[in-house]
Design a protein around this ligand. Structure first.
Ligand SMILES: Nc1ncnc2c1ncn2[C@@H]1O[C@H](COP(=O)(O)OP(=O)(O)O)[C@@H](O)[C@H]1O
Ligand SMILES: O=P(O)(O)OC[C@H](O)CO
Length: 613
C-alpha cells in the first residue's frame, strides 16, 4: 500500500463561510496520483481500476466550454444560506422535501449552495438553463477533469444534493422546481461501482471504476454490507452510518436517509446517517485558532494533564448543529467557565464534545431503528486518540472497535473499484479482509455518565436560537436596525416569489410588494443616508415591471447584507441600533397601509423563533 496526501487550503472569507478552490484540488490530485504510483513501484498498466471517495455536498459550478470554475466551491460546512433556508421552510412545498430526498432543509446540502451561486452572478441562471454552466460535487469535478469532459456523479453523492428522489434514484422535478435549479446543469447519475470511463490525463488509460461519497466509502471499507451493520468515521466532522438494506427508512429522530451504495445493476442499499459537523475540526480550531497546541495529537497529552473537564463543556455549533438537532441558527458555546479552568480542561472538553455528540446520534439512531447498538466500529484520523476512544466507549456504554486499516475511506473506494472490475469476486471476500486492531471497553459509572450527559444537554440548549434572538432578548423586539432591515429583505424576497406563484392572490401581493419596496428604499435613504429629499415611489409599478426588476432588487439585498449591514454591525452601539431601528420603522410605516403593516408584523413574529423552539 502507498499513501500520498497533500493538504489544500481552507478559505474562511466571512463568519460562517467556508470555501475551497476546486482548481487547487484538481492540481493536487494531478500531483499525488503519479507520486502514489511511483511510491508503490507500479506502472499505470498494473492498475486495474481507480476508485474515488470524496467530501460530499461541496458544490462546484464550472463553465462547460473552458472547464474553469465560476468561483470558489462552497463547502458542506458553509452556513451562508441560513437565511434562504429559513425562507424556504415557509414555502408550500417545504414539507415534501424530506419525504422525496430523505434530508431536512439545511445549509449542509448542495441545492441551497447551487441556488446561492446562481443568484450571485447575473445571467448565470440562464447559462445554466442552456447547459453552459455545470454543477458537480467533488467526484464529479474530478471525473470531468480526468476524462476530459464526462459529466457524471454517483448515486451516493447525488443523494446528498437534495435534488435526487431516493426511490427513483433520478433528479426529481418537484425538487428542481422547489429550488429553481435547471436540469441541464446536472450530471448523469450512475451506480457507485461501474466503469464510467478511462482517464485521459494525469496517468492516462486507467479505468475509473467506482465513486462514493467519503462516508459511504467508509461504510464499504468497514465491510458494513448487511442491514444492521454500522460504522462511525471520525475526521473533520463525524458520520455514523447504519446499513438498512433495501429498506428506505425515513427517520423520526433527526437522522438522514441516504444511499449507502449501489453495486452495478443491483438495487440500491440505503443507510440512516447521523452527521456531526464539527469534531476533528474543533481540534484544528484549538490548534490553529487558539494556538493552544501545535499538532492535533497533542490534544490528548494536554487533556491527560487533568483528571476531568473541571465542569467545562464546549458545544461546537460552528455550522449550526447537525444531527439530531438540525438547528442552522445555533452557534457554539463554552459553558461552565470558572477561574479553575485551565487549558487542560478545555482540551478535555474539546475531546468530550466528540463523545457526547456521538452519544446524541446513537440515541437517535437506536430510537429510529428500534434496536440498541451493541458495538461501534470506528475509523478516521481521530481514532488515533486513545483517550477519546475510551471516552466514546464510556458514554455509549458499548465497546468501540477499530480495524487494522483506519484509512477506511480510501480502502472503501479501492474495494468498490476492485469489485467493479472483478479483482475481488464478491462482498464476502472483502469481509474476510477486515481485522480488528483496537478495542475499548466501557468503564464509566452509570451515575457519572448520566450527570455528565445532563450537563452536556444543558450546554447544547444554550446554543439554540443564537442567530435568531428571541423576542424580548438582548434588544427590544423588532426595533434593532439590523433585524428590521433583514426582516424587510426576507419579506421582500418572499413577496417576489409569491408574485410567481399562480395560487397566490397576486393583486394583493403586488400591492404589498410595491409598498414594501417604497417603504424600504425611502427609509434606507432617509434614515441611513440622511438624504431627506429622496422619496422612492414604486407603487405604480406593474407586475411585469417588478419581475423585470427582480435581479436588481436581489442584488441590492445581497450588497446591503454584505457591505452596509456588516459596517453597521461594527460601527453602531446597541442603543444607536435601537434608536435607528425605531426611526427606520417609523419612516417605513408612513408608506404602508395598516393591513400591510400588520402582515409584515405577523411575518416577523413567525420568523422570530423562541430560543429552544
Ligand atoms: N490524535 C488526535 N486526537 C484528536 N484529533 C485528531 C488526532 N489526530 C488527528 N485528529 C483530527 O482528525 C482530523 C483528521 O482526520 P481525517 O480522517 O484525516 O479527516 P478528513 O478525512 O475529514 O480530512 C483532523 O480534524 C484532526 O484535527
Ligand atoms: O470534509 P470531510 O472530508 O470530512 O467530508 C465529510 C463529509 O463528506 C461531509 O458530508
Amino acid at each position: 500500500m502507498s499513501v500520498v496526501q497533500r493538504e489544500h487550503q481552507q478559505h474562511f472569507p466571512r463568519p460562517g463561510w467556508v470555501e475551497h478552490d476546486a482548481t487547487e484540488i484538481w492540481r493536487n490530485l494531478s500531483k499525488i496520483v503519479p507520486e502514489a504510483l511511483a511510491q508503490a513501484g507500479a506502472s499505470a498498466e498494473q492498475v486495474v481500476g481507480l476508485g474515488i471517495a470524496n467530501q460530499r455536498e461541496t458544490t462546484v459550478l464550472w463553465d462547460r466550454r473552458t472547464g474553469v470554475p465560476v468561483g470558489r466551491a462552497i463547502v458542506w460546512q458553509d452556513t451562508r444560506t441560513d437565511g434562504m433556508i429559513e425562507q424556504l421552510e415557509k414555502e408550500p412545498g417545504a414539507k415534501r422535501v424530506r419525504e422525496l430526498c430523505g434530508l431536512p432543509l439545511a445549509t449542509y446540502f448542495s441545492a441551497p449552495k447551487i441556488r446561492w451561486l446562481l443568484d450571485q452572478t447575473p445571467g448565470l441562471q440562464e447559462r445554466a438553463e442552456r447547459g453552459e454552466v455545470l454543477f458537480g460535487t467533488i467526484e464529479s469535478w474530478l471525473i470531468w477533469n480526468l476524462t476530459g469532459g464526462l459529466h457524471i456523479t454517483d448515486v451516493t453523492n447525488a443523494s446528498r444534493t437534495m435534488l435526487m428522489n431516493l426511490r427513483t434514484l433520478a433528479w426529481d422535478p418537484q425538487l428542481l422546481a422547489f429550488f429553481d435549479i435547471p436540469h441541464a446543469m446536472l450530471p448523469e447519475i450512475r451506480s457507485s461501482t461501474e466503469v464510467y470511463g478511462t482517464t485521459a490525463t494525469v496517468v492516462p488509460g486507467i479505468r475509473i471504476a467506482a465513486a462514493l461519497g467519503d462516508q459511504q466509502a467508509a461504510l464499504f471499507g468497514q465491510t458494513c454490507f448487511a442491514p444492521g451493520e454500522a460504522k462511525c468515521t471520525y475526521g473533520t466532522g463525524s458520520f455514523l452510518l447504519l446499513n438498512t438494506g433495501q429498506n428506505l427508512v425515513l427517520s423520526t429522530h433527526g437522522m438522514l436517509t441516504t444511499v449507502g451504495f449501489k453495486i452495478g445493476d443491483e438495487p440500491a442499499v440505503y443507510a440512516l446517517e447521523g452527521s456531526i459537523a464539527v469534531t476533528g475540526s474543533l481540534v484544528q480550531w484549538f490548534r490553529d485558532g487558539l494556538e493552544l497546541i501545535s499538532s492535533a495529537p497533542e490534544i490528548e497529552t494536554l487533556a491527560r494533564t487533568v483528571e476531568d473537564n473541571g465542569g467545562c463543556y464546549i458545544v461546537p455549533a460552528f455550522s449550526g448543529l447537525f444531527a439530531p438537532h438540525w438547528h442552522s441558527e445555533a452557534r457554539g458555546v463554552i459553558a461552565g467557565l470558572t477561574s479553575y479552568i485551565t487549558k487542560g480542561h478545555l482540551a478535555r472538553a474539546v475531546l468530550e464534545a466528540t463523545g457526547w455528540q456521538t452519544r446524541e446520534v446513537v440515541d437517535a439512531m437506536n430510537a429510529d431503528s428500534g434496536l440498541a447498538l451493541s458495538t461501534l466500529k470506528v475509523d478516521g484520523g481521530m481514532t488515533a486518540d486513545n483517550l477519546l476512544m475510551q471516552f466514546i466507549a464510556d458514554v455509549l456504554d458499548v465497546p468501540v472497535v477499530r480495524p487494522m486499516v483506519a484509512e477506511t475511506v480510501s480502502l472503501g473506494a479501492a474495494y468498490a473499484a476492485g469489485l467493479s472490475v472483478g479483482y475481488w469476486p464478491d462482498l464476502e471476500g472483502l469481509r474476510r479482509n477486515w481485522h480488528r486492531a483496537g478495542q475499548w471497553q466501557p468503564a464509566m459509572s452509570p451515575a457519572r455518565r448520566d450527570t455528565e450527559y445532563a450537563h452536556w444537554r444543558q450546554a447544547v440548549e444554550l446554543t439554540f436560537g443564537w442567530m435568531r434572538p428571541a423576542s424580548g432578548s438582548r434588544r427590544p423586539a423588532g426595533t434593532d436596525l439590523i433585524e428590521v432591515i433583514l426582516d424587510d429583505h426576507r419579506r421582500i424576497e418572499h413577496l417576489l416569489r409569491e408574485l410567481r406563484n399562480e395560487d397566490a392572490d397576486r393583486a394583493k401581493v403586488l400591492a404589498e410588494l410595491s409598498a414594501m419596496l417604497t417603504a424600504h428604499f425611502t427609509a434606507t435613504e432617509r434614515v441611513l443616508h440622511r438624504r431627506t429629499e429622496i422619496s422612492a415611489d414604486l407603487v405604480s409599478l406593474s407586475e411585469q415591471d417588478l419581475l423585470a426588476l427582480e435581479e436588481t432588487i436581489s442584488a441590492h439585498i445581497r450588497d446591503e447584507e454584505r457591505s452596509l449591514l456588516n459596517e453597521l454591525r461594527k460601527s453602531l452601539s446597541p442603543s444607536d441600533r435601537t434608536a435607528l431601528g425605531r426611526a427606520f420603522k417609523a419612516e417605513q410605516s408612513r408608506h404602508l397601509t395598516p393591513v400591510q403593516r400588520f402582515e409584515a408584523v405577523v411575518a416577523h413574529s413567525v420568523t422570530a423563533r423562541l430560543p429552544n423552539g
